[in-house]
Design a protein around this ligand. Structure first.
Ligand code: DC
Length: 223
């Protein structure tokens, strides 16, 4: 039986950084499921489809084959055979992913792929619906969150370090809009699974969060 850890939470809570670090310490494969929705969204954007054209999004999602490869602990996401890692981190792609991922037809194939990966491998998987839909039988479920202000501040710092122009208020507003969409959609909304451990990182350092989740993993693995 594979060992599965699920980490869900809103955008910018630090899920990927933390999951990556814990994966390394625990010898797990880190699976970033948001990257799959982002690859799908990239395909939609490349085809110049607007946010309101649901039918076209469904049609394009049928054409978009999204797969993952893992090499030395690094995940690469492929869109119809092309490694699209360099293109999926733009804000525009994240915002489109938040819109397109609300469509059940878009989620189906992606969720099936995620389930298959977790069946065959020891994984720590992060996303929005991992503990509730993708891996309801996960050995450990974490719901990682932080206030929207803290999350916006972290994102702002990241963008500044990259030398990208940005504005804190706009980032916070976009984060709150994204939270609202992710939490209020009909299919697989973001919510804390009843058996998930809540971790609020607003007043914790990165190392404190990593250590806390690592200890929870060790406890579960020991059982
Ligand atoms: O985690 P992220 O920012 O890369 O995710 C981008 C979008 O993809 C997010 O706003 C909602 C969607 N998503 C989802 O619906 N389910 C997941 N398991 C992961 C991401």
């Amino acid at each position: 039986m594979s060992f599965n850890v699920a980490i869900d939470g809103p955008a910018g809570a630090g899920k990927s950084t933390i999951a990556k670090a814990v994966a390394k310490k625990m010898g797990l494969i880190y699976v970033d499921t948001g990257a799959m929705y982002r690859a799908n969204a990239l395909y939609i954007l490349r085809n110049n489809v607007g946010k309101n054209d649901r039918e076209k999004m469904i049609e394009l999602s049928r054409e978009a084959d999204v797969t993952l490869k893992f090499d030395g602990g690094e995940q690469a996401v492929f869109l119809n055979g092309e490694n699209v890692n360099p293109f999926i981190r733009a804000e525009e792609v994240g915002n489109m992913a938040s819109v397109s991922s609300a469509i059940p037809e878009v989620r189906k194939a992606i969720v099936d792929t995620q389930k298959r990966i977790a069946l065959d491998n020891d994984v720590i998987m992060d996303g929005r619906d991992i503990g509730t839909v993708v891996l309801p039988q996960a050995d450990l479920k974490i719901y990682l969150t932080a206030s929207s202000y803290e999350r916006a501040k972290r994102r702002y710092k990241e963008l500044q370090e990259k030398g990208e122009a940005c504005d804190l208020e706009t980032i916070q507003r976009e984060i709150e809009e994204r939270d609202y969409r992710d939490m209020h959609r009909e299919t697989a909304p973001l919510k804390q699974a009843f058996d998930a451990v809540l971790v609020d990182s607003s007043d914790m350092t990165l190392d404190e969060v990593i250590d806390h989740i690592y200890k929870l993993c060790l406890e579960k693995k020991g059982n």
